[in-house]
Design a protein around this ligand. Structure first.
Ligand SMILES: Cc1cc2nc3c(=O)[nH]c(=O)nc-3n(C[C@H](O)[C@H](O)[C@H](O)COP(=O)(O)OP(=O)(O)OC[C@H]3O[C@@H](n4cnc5c(N)ncnc54)[C@H](O)[C@@H]3O)c2cc1C
Length: 560
């Protein structure tokens, strides 16, 4: 530590006010009002643009994101870079995300618990924490059936989680029944409740939204003993004698910057997200020895930080229809019969195992234990849903012109159980530099096979929906009607595909942190964010992270 730096002292220092950071700061501050807690966030405190459900969403170069890009992705994306943005504001990803709320299958958590030999991370152990985070607004259908899945849901948590048919204001999307038919034609069965641990099939989608407003991590109220510093970039953790002593922060004060040393008398907790927490660890000397040496960083402990990086690759296809006022952007936003501002423009979401040919390929090519995990009962590899507008998560082409103003909707095809793993590494020892992000998307032939077959089956089904007459939109003539692997890869390369922004695994439990989220070999230092998830979950990651952070808060309370 530079003895010249001004020094301030707190008991607990939490780095990153995203999903996990907000949950931890809130729960710990209320349970331990005597602790002095500092919550550090690189972004701003608030921005009204994120509040409406259809307000700002990441991926569009706003000032509220880390506008990270991948290195060129050789497989699946033909050497293109993809957008890997993440939230940079109090609330983190939950402030800029698309508000899909899915926990994933019970088997994923059970495999996580088995992998790290710690039953606290199984589905049944995490369920009370999932419930604690949410206030549930169940669908009309579930209410008519007497709420058979009420036991899986919370009634008074900070995050409002609603179904399309119960989100505060009627939505009545014109394509609802045709979209349901699309899922049926794909062979999906209707699942009552996609968040009850058995999400296979199609079900009404859950969103963290109510009455046209985003419900996000900033809704976790902080105790009076929390000091929040925004626009404060944590550069590194100071480790001395094998223990974390504090952090170095570059803080904005008015128009100037001030570098400060914050001493932590009890603990430092990194919740900077799966891309930034590994960067901070590496800059602190915690990571692969060779990488630290290459950047002349004093080594503290040799751990596989930044390895095991997973994300969910996504391919979007676009479909033109000739039905007036059926998609967002064609007609009024708000009218007596239809209100696009009331929620997200979709109704259903579906999860399915990989097709038979992919499973056979997996059997032939994966190591036995990996195949066993892949093919276990309840595992789901692909997700698909229609969105009643044209979505482009990469803004790689002028396609965004289609939103709004065209009668075009999208199908999202997402690989939720990828085999491929990538790396987060340092570009340099300068904390101001972004990390090098290589998610290595679709590197495994098993991944390509699963996702491409999902795209094919969706293309078949959407064209069979009675009365829809959907025609693929936005592709060059040579690709029209061609659903070969090569043609799908070409679509992915040229159109708005990439990932759905679910980085995980870069500080994996069992490899970098223990079951209490403590960094191995360093005292007084934990990581609590999506980086600790050791295997991909067939979920969108905010719901898992609320539950993971709720449990981590209790673990930390056991020690402070
Ligand atoms: C555009 C987009 C769309 C998404 N859509 C969905 C969706 O529909 N449904 C869903 O479930 N999930 C979605 N996600 C993913 C979800 O939001 C994340 O998985 C979740 O927010 C991860 O939580 P976290 O606590 O790990 O990190 P984050 O919520 O990302 O929080 C990390 C925080 O740390 C701060 N930080 C980083 N580095 C530093 C530093 N050096 N110093 C100080 N602060 C720092 C960041 O600014 C950020 O606020 C989306 C994400 C994005 C970006």
């Amino acid at each position: 530590m530079d003895p010249e730096l001004p020094k301030v002292c707190f008991d607990l220092v939490i780095v990153g006010a995203g999903v996990a950071g907000c949950v931890l700061a809130s729960r710990i501050s209320h349970a331990r009002p005597h602790l002095r807690i500092l919550l550090l966030e690189a972004g701003v405190d608030k921005d009204d643009r994120v509040l409406p459900t259809l307000g700002i969403m990441g991926g569009f170069d706003s000032t509220l994101e880390w506008n990270y890009r991948s290195v060129p992705q050789a497989r699946g994306f033909g050497g293109e870079v993809v957008n890997l943005t993440s939230g940079k504001i109090v609330g983190g990803g939950s402030a800029v995300n698309y508000q899909t709320f899915t926990r994933g299958p019970a088997v994923d958590y059970d495999q996580w618990a088995e992998l790290v030999q710690d039953p606290r991370w199984s589905w049944s152990s995490l369920l009370p924490y999932f419930k604690k985070s949410e206030t549930w607004f169940p669908s009309a259908d579930l209410r008519e059936r007497g709420l058979p899945t009420a036991d899986a849901h919370g009634q008074d948590g900070p995050i409002k989680v609603s179904h399309a048919t119960n989100s505060g204001r009627p939505r009545n999307y014109p394509l609802r029944e045709k979209s349901r038919r699309f899922h049926e034609l794909r062979g999906c069965q209707h699942a009552l409740d996609i968040n009850g641990g058995q999400p296979e099939g199609y079900a009404e989608a859950f969103n963290s939204t109510y009455e046209g407003l985003r419900s996000y991590a900033a809704g976790y109220v902080l105790g009076a003993n929390v000091t929040l510093w925004t626009q404060s970039l944590v550069e590194k953790v100071v480790v001395d004698g094998g223990a974390a002593k504090g952090v170095v922060v570059l803080r904005s004060v008015g128009d100037a910057h001030e570098r400060v040393y914050v001493e932590a008398s009890k603990e430092v907790i990194l919740s900077a997200g799966a891309q930034s927490s590994p960067k901070i660890l590496l800059l602190s000397g915690i990571g692969p020895a060779a990488e630290l040496a290459a950047h002349q960083i004093r080594p503290v402990v040799d751990l596989p930080v930044g390895r095991n990086y997973a994300d969910h690759p996504a391919i979007f296809t676009y479909w033109a229809i000739d039905l007036p006022n059926a998609v967002l952007g064609d007609g009024e936003m708000q009218g007596p019969d239809l209100d696009w501002t009331a929620g997200l423009p979709y109704d259903w979401i579906s999860f399915a195992p990989a097709d038979q040919a992919t499973r056979e390929l997996a059997r032939q090519t994966l190591p036995a234990d990996r195949y066993q995990r892949y093919s276990a009962e309840g595992k789901l590899q692909v997700e698909a849903f229609t969105v009643y507008t044209s979505v482009d998560t990469c803004t790689r082409t002028p396609l965004a012109r289609g939103w709004p103003g065209k009668r075009v909707f999208s199908i999202a095809h997402i690989l939720v159980d990828p085999i491929s793993r990538g790396t987060v590494t340092l570009r340099s020892a300068d904390p101001a530099e972004p990390p090098i992000l290589d998610p290595n998307l679709l590197a495994s032939p098993v991944d390509r096979s699963a996702l491409y077959e999902c795209v094919r089956s969706c293309a078949r089904a959407i064209q069979e929906v009675e009365g829809l007459h959907a025609v693929e939109w936005g592709v060059e003539d040579a690709l029209c009607g061609d659903w070969s692997d090569e043609a799908i890869e070409s679509r992915a390369r040229k159109m708005g595909s990439g990932t759905v922004f679910h980085p995980s695994g870069t500080c994996a439990m069992g490899q970098v942190v223990d079951g209490d989220c403590r960094v191995l070999g360093v005292e007084g230092l934990r990581v609590v964010d999506a980086g600790v998830i050791p295997i991909p979950l067939a979920a969108h990651y905010q719901a898992p992270m609320y539950g993971v952070a709720e449990q981590a808060a209790e673990l930390i309370l056991g020690d402070v």
